[in-house]
Design a protein around this ligand. Structure first.
Ligand code: FPP
Length: 246
């Protein structure tokens, strides 16, 4: 689908993506799994570009989950190397496109080189004012919620806040996505219908879009398609259709 078919009114501010199917794509092409991950970087490039063209404000990509650490060691190592390469290679491109890169997740788990390259990219793009590209790395929704619960418990313990102060807004601000609006749209590729421990709190009222396309074949035209689908939905937030229409 071409960009002119997307209604410029009603573009979601925040799109989140579970990039799935790299392994199967590689297998389909008679190759090692890492070949699929490598090809997946091309898809990342394309949808970052597409999201920027549409004026999406936040794009969150689930690049490495807490559970991904349990994959075979050589796949984890290869993914780390790929991540460093991709980030280093993309810095100029991100700056050129005015994209600000951010990371959510437990960064301490990463090898020092990966952590320092990521920090370098975050710093180098920090003044950009366009699309915010948020990478979920060593991220999981349960980890995020538990970290927030720990912060809040500690605050209550030292008397900084009262239990009664903890409402939805307060809790949201204790998550790693503090200050970032909840995604209006979640896309998952590869024909799987799961949330896989992604943004559990933040996706409470998101629209879900499932695509059969394997991530390495996903391009910005597919993102446009997902957004048009989203634009044709009625979001009721627990209310009735009549209430929404009036
Ligand atoms: C899921 O496919 C994909 C991943 C676990 C890694 C995603 C990483 C990239 C696309 C490359 C680097 C990303 C950035 C942001 C530069 P899978 O391996 O679970 O596929 P399968 O379900 O077919 O096995």
């Amino acid at each position: 689908m071409t960009i002119d078919l997307v209604n410029k009114i009603g573009i979601p501010r925040h799109v989140a993506v579970i990039m799935d199917g790299n392994g199967r794509w590689a297998q389909k092409h008679g190759n090692e799994r890492i070949f699929g991950h490598r090809q997946g970087v091309e898809s990342v490039r394309s949808i970052v570009e597409g999201a920027g063209e549409l004026g999406v404000e936040y794009l969150t990509l689930y690049a490495f989950s807490t559970e991904n650490w349990d994959r075979p060691k050589e796949e984890v190592n290869a993914l780390m190397a790929l991540l460093v390469d991709a980030v280093v290679q993309e810095i100029d491109n991100l700056n050129e496109k005015n994209v600000k890169m951010l990371v959510i997740g437990n960064l301490c788990c990463f090898p020092t080189e990966v952590e320092s390259k990521l920090t370098e990219a975050i710093q180098s793009t920090s003044k950009n004012t366009g699309l915010k590209l948020i990478l979920g790395l060593s991220y999981s929704g349960r980890w995020d919620i538990l970290e927030a619960v720990k912060k809040i418990s500690l605050e209550v313990k030292i008397g900084g806040i009262e239990v009664a102060d903890v409402d939805e807004k307060f809790f949201s601000n204790c998550l790693s996505t503090s200050g970032i609006p909840d995604p209006e749209l979640l896309i998952r590729t590869s024909g799987e219908f799961r949330i896989s421990n992604f943004l559990l709190w933040q996706l409470a009222y998101s629209e879900f879009y499932f695509s059969n396309i394997l991530w390495p074949d996903f391009r910005k035209e597919n993102l446009f398609e997902a957004i048009v689908d989203f634009q044709n939905r009625e979001r009721r937030f627990g209310k009735t259709s009549e209430q929404i229409r009036s």
